[in-house]
Write a protein that binds this ligand. Structure first.
Ligand code: NAP
Length: 282
C-alpha cells in the first residue's frame, strides 16, 4: 500500500497547534506580528503574499503589509527594513522575492535583523543551521522534515538523495537531513549518472525545477519520494518535478502536487513567526 503524504492535513494540524500558542502568547501580552513587504506587482508574488496574510489571520497573527511600487529605490527599502528592525511590536519581517532587478536581493536579505528573519535566508540563520545551533530554518525544507516525522518515516541512518542545491531548498534540506542523521547525497546539474545515484535513495527529495523530470527509472523500489517542484502545465494544472503516475507503482510513500510539500511552506513560515515572538521571551 502506497502512503500518499497529505501536506494539506499536516499543515492544518500545525496551524491549529500554532493557534493555541498564539493565544497563550496573547495572555502574556504578546501579539505575534509578521510584516510582509512586496515590491512591484508580480502576479505570483501577489498570490503568495495574499496566502501568507490569510494564514496569519487563521492563526491569529497580526499581519502588517507594505505594497511598494516597482520603482522603489533600494535605499528606501533598506530604510523601511531598518525601521521595522527597531520596532518592538514586529516579530517577523518577510520581503517577498523575487525583487525588481535594480534591487540587490542579497543586500536586502542581510539588512533584515537575524532575530526577525522568518524566511531563514539571512547568512546568520544559514550559518546557525549548518553548525547545529537554534535559529530560523528555510520554510520549505523545514516543512519536508515535518512531513516525514509526522508520518513516522524514519530518517536516521537512511540513504537520502536530494536533487537540487539552491540556497532556499536543496542546501538547507541537506543540512536538515544531516541533522536528522541521514546519510546525505546532493545532486545537481553537473552530477554524472544521476539515476544510478537516485536509485540508491531510501528517501528521494526532488527540487530540480523541471516538470515531471523524475520517472520510475530514478526511483528504488519502496523509496519515499518527496516532490518539492511546482509547475503549471499547459492546461494550467499544477504538477511537480516527479512524474507521479509513473513512479507510483514503485514508491512506499509520496507527496502529491498539489497538496504535498506546497502547503507546508506557509505553515512553517507561521511556525517561524511564533518562534520569533517566543525568542522575545528568552
Ligand atoms: P532552482 O534554484 O532553479 O534550483 C534547481 C536545482 O536543480 C539546481 O541546483 C540545479 O543544479 C538542479 N538541476 C537542474 N537541472 C538538473 C538536472 N538535469 N539534473 C540534476 N540537477 C538539476 O530551484 P529551487 O528554487 O530550488 O526550486 C526547485 C523547485 O521547487 C521548483 O519547481 C520550485 O518552483 C519549487 N519550489 C517549491 C516550493 C514550495 O513551497 N513547494 C518552494 C520553493 C521552490 P545547478 O545548481 O547545477 O544549476
Amino acid at each position: 500500500m502506497v502512503t500518499i503524504i497529505d501536506g494539506k492535513k499536516i499543515s492544518t494540524d500545525i496551524k491549529n497547534e500554532l493557534k493555541e500558542q498564539v493565544e497563550q502568547l496573547k495572555e502574556k501580552n504578546i501579539e505575534v506580528c509578521l510584516c510582509v513587504i512586496q515590491v512591484g506587482a508580480d502576479p505570483a508574488s501577489t498570490i503568495y503574499v495574499r496566502n501568507k496574510k490569510k494564514a496569519c489571520e487563521y492563526i491569529g497573527i497580526k499581519s502588517l503589509s507594505y505594497e511598494l511600487p516597482e520603482d522603489t529605490a533600494e535605499e528606501q527599502l533598506i530604510e523601511l527594513i531598518n525601521e521595522l528592525n527597531q520596532r518592538k511590536d514586529v516579530h517577523g519581517i518577510l520581503v517577498q522575492l523575487p525583487l525588481p532587478k535594480h534591487i540587490d536581493e542579497d543586500r536586502i536579505i542581510q539588512t533584515i535583523s537575524p532575530d526577525k528573519d522568518v524566511d531563514g535566508f539571512h547568512p546568520e540563520s544559514v550559518g546557525r543551521l549548518s553548525i547545529g545551533h537554534k535559529g530560523f530554518v528555510s520554510c520549505t525544507p523545514a516543512g519536508v522534515v515535518q512531513l516525514l516525522k509526522r508520518y513516522n518515516i524514519g530518517i536516521e541512518g537512511k540513504e537520502c538523495v536530494i536533487i537540487g542545491r539552491s540556497n532556499i531548498v536543496g542546501k538547507p534540506m541537506a543540512m536538515l537531513m544531516l541533522r536528522e542523521n541521514a546519510t546525505v547525497t546532493v545532486c545537481h546539474s553537473k552530477t554524472r549518472n544521476l539515476s544510478e545515484i537516485t536509485s540508491r535513495a531510501d528517501i528521494l527529495i526532488v527540487a530540480i525545477g523541471k516538470p515531471k523530470f523524475i520517472t520510475k527509472e530514478y526511483v528504488k523500489q519502496g523509496a519515499v519520494v518527496i516532490d518539492v517542484g511546482m509547475h503549471r502545465n499547459e492546461n494550467n494544472k499544477l504538477c511537480g518535478d516527479v512524474d507521479y503516475d509513473d513512479v507510483l507503482e514503485k514508491v512506499s510513500a509520496i507527496t502529491p502536487v498539489p497538496g504535498g510539500v506546497g502547503p507546508m511552506t506557509i505553515a512553517m513560515l507561521m511556525y517561524n513567526c511564533v518562534l520569533a515572538a517566543n525568542y522575545k521571551l528568552i
